[in-house]
Write a protein that binds this ligand. Sequence first.
Ligand SMILES: C[S@@+](CC[C@H](N)C(=O)[O-])C[C@H]1O[C@@H](n2cnc3c(N)ncnc32)[C@H](O)[C@@H]1O
Length: 226
Amino acid sequence: MNSVRAPGERGIRSYVLRQGRTTPAQQRALEVLLPRYGIPFAERPLNFAAVFGRSAPVVLEIGSGMGEATVEIAQSHPRQDYLAVEVHGPGVGSLLNRIHALRLENIRVIRHDAMAVLERMIPDGALAGLHLFFPDPWPKKRHHKRRLVQAGFVALLARKLAPGGYVHVATDWSEYAAQIDEVFSASGAFASWPEGGTGRPATKFERRGVGLGHPVRDLRFLRRQE
Ligand SMILES: C[S@@+](CC[C@H](N)C(=O)[O-])C[C@H]1O[C@@H](n2cnc3c(N)ncnc32)[C@H](O)[C@@H]1O
C-alpha cells in the first residue's frame, strides 16, 4: 500500500531557513534568554511537569514566527502551558524578548524542526492542543510534499494528542485548506469542530495574506475519544 509519510521521515523540510537580518536585540535574546526560556532538542520525551514546574494542559505551537500571537494567547490563558517550536532565529529571538518583557512563565521555546520535536520529545497522548497558524503553503504542486499537513503528520498528531485534544490550523491558502480538511477527515481519528470566529489573535503572516487578498480559513478538529 502506498502510504504518505510525514516530511521529517523522509528528511524533507517544511521550511527554508531564510538568512533574514537578526537584530542586536534578537541576537542578545538568543544568547541570554534562550537558556532561560528555551529547551534544547533531545531524543527523549519531555517531562512537562518538570519543564513548567506544575501540572497543566500543554499546547504545542508549530511555527510561532515572531511570536506576537503566541504571547497574546499564553497571556490570556494563564492556566495552560505553551511549547513554541520554531526554526527561524530572528523569530525565536523576538518571541524570547516578548516572553521576557511580560515575564510569562507558561511558554517554553524549542528551536528545532517541529517534526523531530513531535516525534521524539512529545510523550504519546500528552498534548491538550496543537496550534499551526499560517504554515508555509508550498503552493507549487511539485513542492506539495514539503507541506506539514499530510497523512503521516496527522497520524503522528493523533498519537501525541490526548483524547478530546484539539487541533487549530489557520491558512490563507484555500487549496491548502482543502487538503488539510481532506487529510484530517480521512484519518478517522478526528472529528471536525465547526466553531465560529477565529478564536485567536491576528498573526503577522495573516496580515500579509489579507493584504494580498487571500481569504483566511480557520480549521479545527478534535481528537476522538477511543
Ligand atoms: C508563514 S510563517 C507563519 C508564522 C506565524 N505563525 C504567523 O502566522 O505569523 C511559518 C513559520 O513556520 C516555521 N516552520 C515551518 N516549518 C517548520 C518546522 N518543521 N519546524 C519548525 N518551524 C517551522 C517557519 O520557520 C516560519 O517561521
